[in-house]
Design a protein around this ligand. Sequence first.
Ligand code: MV4
Length: 595
Amino acid sequence: MFSKVLVANRGEIAIRVMRALEELGIASVAVYSEADRDAPHVRRADEAYLLGPGPAAESYLVVEKILEVAKQSGAEAIHPGYGFLAENAPFARACEEAGIVFIGPPADAIDAMGSKTKARELMQAAGVPIVPGTTDPVETVEDARKIIDDSIGYPVAIKAAGGGGGKGFRVALSEDELQDAFEGAAREGEKFFSDATVYIERYLPDPRHVEVQVLADSHGNVVHLYERDCSVQRRHQKVIEEAPAPAVDPELRARIGKIGTDAARAVGYRSAGTIEGLLQDGEYYFLEMNTRVQVEHCVTEMVTGVDIVREQILVASGAELSFAQEDVEIRGHAIECRINAEDASMNFAPAPGQIGAYREPSGPFVRVDSGAETGYAVLPLYDPMIAKLIIWDVDRESSTRRMLRALSEFELQGIKTLIPFHAALLKTDEWANGETCRNLMEDREWLKATAPEKVEAPAGGDEDEPKVERDYAVEVSGRKFDVKVIGAAFGGGSANGAAAGGARKAPKRAERKKSAGGGPDQIESPLQGNMWKVVVKQGDVVEEGQLLCIIEAMKMENEITAHKAGTIAALPIEEGKPISAGDPIATITSAPAES
Ligand code: MV4
């Protein structure tokens, strides 16, 4: 077994992995960016090393630097978490070449599933049902038209071969939409994955997203841990997940479980993985495989009692899986709500800022996996998911009630989060009836009604009492050490500035943008990224909630909507240009334009 493991990630998943390591008696090594010096995952580890500047491309994605830290610290293995380098085959290979174990699947399995056309071909050959459509790339719109006429029929989904998770996904309901859909999917594929190749699937009108958790060791054992339902999504981002799936009966459960293990075997899989699929009218179709531990693995842990991350670490060290398929039983029902720093009432706009008071729910069968805490600054640099609330109860109805109770206990002030949205959604008939809630997720009026209560300013926590004893972090040659300074007051109560660094500045923004006459006119970028699309012009009259522009950041499209009704008086943005958090996007004056 390993004695020390590096966790190449941040936030809740880094802490989740460190907990598993500690329980196995393994020391943990954190890595962090300059923006994350004060982050909880850094303090949770036994050792921590600086990678570089805040942007992930200069820190959490720098392969050479991470391998260097692994060697320097003496870590024998690297756990990548999810996102960042988790599904990066060259990284997995680089670990191997450096003599460091990658806690994940073989690089070849990542590659095989990374190309969606190749994956479809492999799955078809292995007898795994795929959504009807092409397994070869489709070169031109003309080819697409012919293939659809000859075999698939409308409506169709056009998807980027390098894509996944909904990126580069377009729908053509009829032939007149085909060209736009084809070109849109190809353009996005090129932009995000440097691969304009697309393929075509029959478009299923109201499927459920059902996925199977699998685990495999290096001794040929492959098991599944049954399914999760993740149908509640927004712009292809899951927001609520549950296990077991409400629309799956025991016969179907056995069938899709076998599909999961067949798919994993077909690519020589090892470690934890997920087969994502669509369920429509009792038919299950393979969509793609995620070759990593997923955000929502926790609901499966709650209903099966299997610690998925622990098993991942054990099988990476060469151990056999600690249980067999017949040992896996589902008990009760689990739900996970993603606690994102987003405003659902404003089209799920990112809402970074500093958290004021923070208190997690607890009580029976409540689990919180969080990367946040009191005073934590949610940075626009990273994913807005700051915590997950997971609960278990005997059945779906009790679970829903327990989740509502836990959500109401969750105290998280200073920023907007999805907490009020989750509470509203779990109270709907659609949720109670086990529907996909697709209409609700698109219903702007309903979403607006889930608006968070007015955000309170963070409690005056920055005015610390003078202390004679204080904890500081110092960096020596790029390695972080915690030191205790005793008897030095550093200018009394205002010592906070020195320790807090630049990360604590965010909430000032809300005050700054207020203009004299009522609400603020100016809307500012909540995140750093690239201006992807500008859909309004200066002088346009817009309604509150109307789409203004789309900012691409971290491979996600973020829709920025009008914060109020009025006329666009200024629009200092341009497509294709980079934009920073706090940069002005538009000035909207309340009075309609004089005519
Ligand atoms: C589809 C689909 C319908 N037909 N593919 C792909 C990525 C994932 N996030 C959702 N994806 C879909 N792929 C075909 N051929 C519909 C979706 C879809 C979806 C599916 C189940 C539940 C919620 C969904 C929300 C948006 C899109």
